[in-house]
Design a protein around this ligand. Structure first.
Ligand code: DLL
Length: 436
């Protein structure tokens, strides 16, 4: 029988009790950071705060924020709170711009990270009877290591596939009877596509669930993946700075992700002013790690925009929920003065046009004018040799995008399979303006 929770006591804890636990851990953590991280201590001193001022979570707002710029300034060891001899692992971002984010772990940090991921796998219906295929990239990226560790913790038979070699993924999936697939949603869509191309249907595989994250994906994309693989697709969220995947996870309700609040205190702030916003407001997500030993970031600005909601979920968990990130406060596109979130475009493409989730948004600037092009890959069904059909479809798509965004985009329909597939995070946006 499926087990409902990995850690029932924590996952269903009453709010008052959770706040008490968070307060105790926060007080301890602030002292740990003050004593061991001169970089953050200086920031606290500049703000006139000492550990004595932090008596519980009600004082959290007094602490200074940390941002990616701080991580860059203190790269690589400046925010480390433990002697190197106590650290057993690093993981890092795939960052293509600036310096990479490097996160450090003690053995205890690794254990707690795996606990968080184990909760996510359990919430997706995973038990020690499952065969869990991990197709996130292994190596420095936290996806492979995180899901791998969580899968072991749950006791699943773990297939450390890493990403890539899609036909072999499918072969293993069939031969070994994988029941859970973990990878980025774009890679899951590609695996689904390849499965069908190889002449199989979901009936030929045993998959029942997928745990997908690391990049934005829409409800429409969820439905497509669920259909092509015959599974329930669950979202998982996290970032290298806070260990990796498993900061938040979806449950059977598939409506928002529960945050592992006993390890991470979440706040929503106004990204422009830094003011803490009331529950239910849309704003930038900020995390404070209250149990990490080696790399305990306090009030770290994620740049992810979302909404937090509290209230008992139908799954019985009381952990606060975050919506899917709705974009980022730093890379939301502003095209011709209009704020554009790639997810809005994806919704039109998939929901209204049943297009494949393969598209690219290309933004450029000629003189002082922004150009905005969306390349959309046709599915085999939509593909037509008649120029007239293609033009009609381009026009219709263009009109719908304009209605949603308020600005015009040049729509270019391209042949099936002509947009490069991703085995990791998909590259959806090419903003050439940044290169100038
Ligand atoms: O992507 C960790 C991860 C691995 C999460 C596997 C889930 C599964 P980073 O490479 O540091 O870490 O990227 C973190 O990715 O700030 C979000 O903007 C984005 N992100 C992560 N999960 C989701 C998600 C990993 N479920 C950044 N939905 C974060 C939307 C996500 N965006």
């Amino acid at each position: 029988m499926a087990v409902k929770y990995w850690d029932e006591k924590i996952e269903t804890m009453e709010l008052a009790e959770m706040k008490k636990l968070q307060s105790e851990r926060l007080v301890k953590q602030v002292k740990h950071v003050w004593d061991n991280v001169p970089y953050y201590r200086k920031k606290m001193e500049e703000k006139g705060v000492t550990p004595d001022d932090i008596k519980g979570i009600e004082d959290l707002h007094k602490l200074p924020f940390l941002s990616k710029a701080d991580l860059r300034d203190s790269y690589p060891y400046g925010l480390l709170a433990e002697p190197l001899k106590n650290c057993v692992r690093i993981q890092s971002t795939s960052g293509t711009t600036g310096k990479r984010v490097v996160s450090f772990y003690t053995q205890n940090d690794v254990d707690l990270w795996e606990e968080c991921v184990a909760r996510a796998i359990t919430a997706a219906g995973g038990t020690d009877e499952d065969v869990c295929q991990v197709a996130y990239g292994y190596g420095l990226f936290t996806g492979g290591a995180g899901l791998h560790g969580g899968s072991h913790k749950v006791g699943c038979l773990t297939l450390p596939m890493s990403s890539g070699n899609t036909e072999r993924q499918i072969q293993f999936m069939m031969d070994l009877g994988s029941t859970i697939l973990c990878c980025t949603p774009s890679y899951a869509a590609y695996i689904g596509e390849t499965l069908h191309e190889m002449g199989y249907t979901p009936d030929d595989i045993k998959l029942k669930a997928g745990i997908f994250g690391a990049e934005p994906w829409t409800e429409e994309m969820r439905q497509q993946i669920e259909k092509s693989l015959g599974i329930k697709a669950y979202d998982i969220y996290g970032l290298t700075e806070t260990s990796g995947p498993g900061v938040a996870f979806e449950c059977e309700e598939q409506h928002g992700m529960h945050i592992n609040e006993d390890h991470f205190i979440a706040e929503i702030i106004d990204p422009d002013t830094g003011e803490v916003l009331p529950e239910g407001s849309k704003g930038e997500l900020v995390f404070t790690s209250i149990t990490k030993e080696a790399f305990p970031l306090l009030r770290y600005r994620t740049r992810d925009i979302c909404v937090l909601t509290r209230g008992k979920c139908s799954c019985g968990r009381t952990l606060v929920k975050m919506t899917k990130p709705m974009g980022r406060s730093d890379d939301m596109l502003i095209i011709k003065g209009v704020n554009v979130f790639p997810s809005q475009i994806e919704t039109v493409l998939i929901k209204d046009f049943k297009a494949t989730p393969n598209y690219q948004i290309i933004v450029d600037r000629i003189g002082t004018t922004d150009t905005f092009e969306i390349k959309v890959e046709l599915s085999d069904d939509m593909f037509s040799d008649t120029i007239k059909d293609v033009v009609t479809l381009e026009k219709k798509l263009g009109a719908d995008i304009q209605q949603i965004l308020g600005i015009k985009a040049k729509i270019t329909l391209v042949e099936p399979k002509s947009i490069p597939r991703s085995e990791g995070k998909a590259v959806r946006v090419i903003d050439k303006r940044k290169l100038v």
